[in-house]
Ligand binder design. Structure first.
Ligand SMILES: [Zn+2]
Ligand SMILES: [Zn+2]
Length: 336
């Protein structure tokens, strides 16, 4: 039986329709993006990228040379530029000049093409790097919102196979997020709880969509999953955001992330996915209220199916795998 579910978190509907389960449209293993020879993101090829903005070099060393754990460079094909003045033009055809930051985080010096193969240390280095970048960009008073995301594999829009993450900082809050934060505040006014706190305590009661818990963090398949095997890692408590997460919490999130990805890999084989990390706006330009109610969240969206006309016409995504089934399979998917 199919169900049209209301996703309270994103204020949207999803159609959970197990009848539509079929083979994935495009088997992931056959269409890896081609690896340029040599790979500009591999250690030793630092001269092939623009000069680095930041690198994690625990042993010290020189910029743009070997010896890094993660490396951050400007995106060659920038969507927005930090050199552009942050001008906002009002009117019927309102626009901002293309001001902002567009950075690429090279997640690891070794040529690995999947986050599912990362070590715990790699996940920790990645989170520490994101923490540093958001903390650093926060000091630029012109930047209002930071989007942190990963596209892994061609079905997810990746054009480079070496693991990398993108950061886009904007002079405004994207509409869907200003609405999300506004709803969080409204929810708090009426219930006295943060929305994620209520969602997780309810998930805790019914258990069917929970995959794993570690300290304050939980991995679960959200009720309104728009993608098959969609997973969220979040916390009911205020644990800080990416730029204020403690070292201990980074360690916990890294373990849960690696464990989740390994479960997904065992269940799905090689799969492509999008991932994003929530970052509340740096500045409240919209008069939204407190961002303390926002919980640190990682959302993983496997891209097993292409979207078609119905999705385009209605904005309602059809997901043929119920999150209850996905969570059950992922829970049972334990390391042999
Ligand atoms: Zn590489
Ligand atoms: Zn309940």
């Amino acid at each position: 039986m199919s169900e049209i579910r209301y996703d309270r978190l994103h204020d949207t509907h999803v159609l959970i329709a197990p009848e539509r389960l079929r083979h994935p449209d495009t088997p992931a293993e056959f269409i890896e993006p081609s690896i340029p020879e040599p790979c500009p993101f591999c250690e030793g090829n630092e001269s092939m990228t623009p000069r680095e903005i930041f690198a994690l070099r625990p042993e010290g060393g020189f910029p743009n040379e070997r010896g890094w754990e993660t490396r951050v460079v400007p995106n060659l094909f920038k969507a927005v530029q930090i050199e552009t003045p942050p001008n906002h033009h009002f009117g019927l055809f309102e626009y901002w000049e293309g001001f902002g930051a567009h950075e690429v985080i090279i997640d690891t010096p070794r040529h690995t093409t999947s986050m599912c193969d990362w070590t715990h240390a790699e996940a920790v280095a990645w989170l520490k790097t994101l923490r540093q970048r958001v903390g650093d960009l926060r000091r630029d008073g012109r930047l209002v919102y930071i989007s942190l995301f990963k596209n892994e594999g061609r079905n997810a829009g990746a054009t480079m196979s070496h693991c990398h993450t993108q950061l886009i900082a904007l002079p405004m809050i994207p509409k869907s997020f200003s609405e999300l934060y506004r709803r969080s505040n409204e929810y708090y006014q009426t219930s006295g709880h943060a929305l994620m706190e209520s969602i997780l305590s309810h998930e805790e009661e019914i258990q069917t969509r929970i995959i794993e818990k570690k300290d304050e963090f939980t991995s679960f398949c959200p009720y309104g999953s728009a993608y098959p095997f969609e997973v969220m890692i979040s916390s009911a408590k205020a644990t800080g955001q990416i730029d204020t997460l403690s070292r201990t919490r980074i360690d916990t999130v890294a373990s849960l992330l690696i464990s989740t990805l390994q479960r997904l890999r065992r269940q799905l084989g090689v799969f492509h996915f999008n991932l994003w990390i929530s970052t509340p706006p740096l500045i409240d330009t919209e008069g939204i209220g407190s961002f303390d109610l926002c919980r640190f969240t990682i959302r993983i969206m496997p891209r097993l199916y292409r979207h078609g006309g119905f999705e385009n016409a209605t904005g309602i995504i059809i997901n043929p795998v119920s999150p209850e089934l996905a969570a059950k399979l992922l829970r049972e998917s334990i390391h042999e």
